[in-house]
Design a protein around this ligand. Structure first.
Ligand code: BES
Ligand code: ZN
Ligand code: ZN
Length: 495
């Protein structure tokens, strides 16, 4: 998508629609260039600038654009970055079905506002680009009607002094949003299409396109090395497991690496502890952690971030089959620790444990960040609006928290106390993969991962709630949300 900034007179711009966004406060000081079109509407009281309210006009011959869409931003004192995202998402969604390919945006920073121009531009673009998303590839009839085919956005700011810097920001936001939508697409993709081999092919395609270093370990190598937890989880499926290792080296002078580990269960049936109806239907989402890592890696490369990243993606399908792993099995992990399988549906922590060990053995990363749709428990705790955060590092906790606030991909930290570590000790092995009572399920799952991380600086994102929405909300669509991509890019810039 083409993104441009302009200092031109917005009335002269020729776009399919010009969005005129204004707070209630500013509506009274209507821009003189629009006076002709606006005075009647404002005078009638039909448009008051109330938050999220829209009013469409067709002022042919008066302004350069085909349509003028008035967008209310509400009270100036209540305006914040999230409200800007939400308002612009509402605006773009109101256009679905229209033949609009280009949008111009007229939005003056309110006088006295503390919000800076670069943030305003960021949130306008996020609202438009993330709000205009639908997983529509399988719709044969309504495809064109459910979103607009947006090719160009021009944002106008007549008073901008540092337009070149702002242009750079805008370009970066465009890249980030495209990758959030890429992550959403990958999570939403049909479960009969997504399997470990498909993820391998996809990463091969990126590797050759973007110059990533790629290594994919197949069943025989995994067996030779002893990634037995990953192998065990994958044994019930016709598709063989893979460990996908993909590197972006944006800072070749440094030897420091950050490992991104992503849960890549392409379908989680629960295994022999089969999930019941009502819980199984959406389980193609269980590779969202891996999808987030890929989204982050692609963004980092396109932004040329000066960081060395290695994404380690354990991927397999948790199914039932003659050779499926069973409750009561004891399996020796890649780390050497033995694990009692208390429940085959607690598979995410198993594949992550081996991937974390691999990350440590081969890359000795400075930091490990892992992303996983790990527990139903975190959904019970936070619902879908907050990601569960676990970390053994205070500085990391603070940086992640503030990145979450800035991007509105909010996280909340849960504790890793000694008592929880006790809970996952087994009578017949070193560890068990879940407790009988399931109390504090998100925490005991994280404590299990911690046993494999040991002393490395680490953060675990339980995105089981935030990676998937049951219904669309503002700029977050129903289905895969792309959770974690924007937060992580913001975090990486500050690490
Ligand atoms: N993939 C699920 C977690 C999940 C639940 C993700 C709901 C998204 C929405 C995970 O593998 C799982 O099944 N966890 C179990 C663990 C339990 C058996 C200890 C859970 O949370 O119920
Ligand atoms: Zn499961
Ligand atoms: Zn799972």
């Amino acid at each position: 998508m083409d993104i441009a900034l302009s200092k031109e007179d917005p009335a002269k711009l020729k776009a399919d629609v010009l969005i005129y966004a204004t707070t209630e406060d500013e509506l009274k000081v209507v821009d003189t260039r629009f006076e002709k079109v606006l005075s009647n509407v404002v005078g009638s009281g039909d448009f008051t600038g109330e938050f999220g309210k829209l009013h469409m006009l067709y002022p042919k011959g008066i302004i350069g654009s085909e349509r003028l869409l008035l967008l209310g931003l509400g009270k100036q004192k209540e305006l914040d970055l999230e409200r800007i995202r939400r308002a612009f998402a509402t605006a773009v969604q109101s256009l679905s079905g229209f033949s609009v390919k280009s949008i111009a945006v007229h939005y003056l920073r309110p006088r006295g506002s503390e919000i800076v121009d670069s943030d305003i531009i960021t949130c306008i673009l996020e609202g438009l680009m993330l709000g205009n998303y639908r997983f529509s590839k399988y719709m044969t009839e309504l495809k064109e009607k459910v979103k607009i085919d947006l090719h160009k956005v021009i944002i106008v700011g007549r008073a901008w002094k540092n337009i070149h810097q702002l242009e750079e920001v805008a370009e970066q936001v465009g890249i980030v949003c495209e990758n959030v939508n890429f992550t959403r697409d990958l999570v939403n993709e049909s479960g009969n299409i997504t399997h470990p081999g498909m993820l391998e092919n996809l990463t091969k395609h990126f590797a050759s396109k973007h110059g990533f270093k790629l290594k994919v370990l197949h069943k025989d190598e995994l067996t030779k090395l002893g990634l037995n937890l990953l192998l065990a989880v994958g044994r019930g499926s016709v598709y063989e497991p893979r460990l996908i290792i993909i590197e972006y080296n944006g800072d070749p002078k440094s030897r420091e690496k950050i490992a991104l580990v992503g849960k890549g269960i392409t379908f989680d049936s629960g295994g022999l502890n089969l999930k019941p109806s009502g819980h199984i239907e959406t389980m193609r989402l269980d590779m969202a952690g891996a999808a987030t890592c890929l989204g982050v890696l692609r963004t980092a490369e396109q932004l040329r971030l000066r960081k060395n990243l290695v994404a380690i993606l354990p991927t397999c399908e948790n199914m039932i089959g003659p050779d499926a792993y069973k409750p009561g099995d004891i399996i020796k992990s890649y780390s050497g620790k033995t694990v009692e399988i208390a429940n085959t549906d607690a598979e995410g922590r198993l594949v992550l444990a081996d991937a974390i060990t691999y990350a440590k053995k081969y890359y000795g990363p400075k930091i490990i960040l892992d992303y996983a749709t790990l527990t139903g428990s975190v959904v019970g705790t936070f619902g879908t609006f907050v990601t569960g955060l676990f970390t053994n590092d205070e500085t990391l906790a603070e940086k992640i928290f503030s990145s979450g606030q800035r991007t509105f991909e909010r996280v909340w930290r849960l504790p890793l106390y000694e008592e929880y570590r006790e809970e996952i000790k087994s009578d017949i092995a070193d560890l068990k993969n879940c407790t009988e009572d399931r109390y504090a399920g998100a925490i005991t799952a994280a404590a299990f991962l911690e046993a494999f991380v040991d002393k490395t600086r680490w953060a675990h994102f339980d995105i089981a709630g935030s990676a998937w929405f049951e219904k669309q909300k503002f700029y977050i669509p129903k289905g895969g949300t792309g959770a974690g991509v924007r937060l992580t890019i913001e975090l990486l810039k500050n690490l």
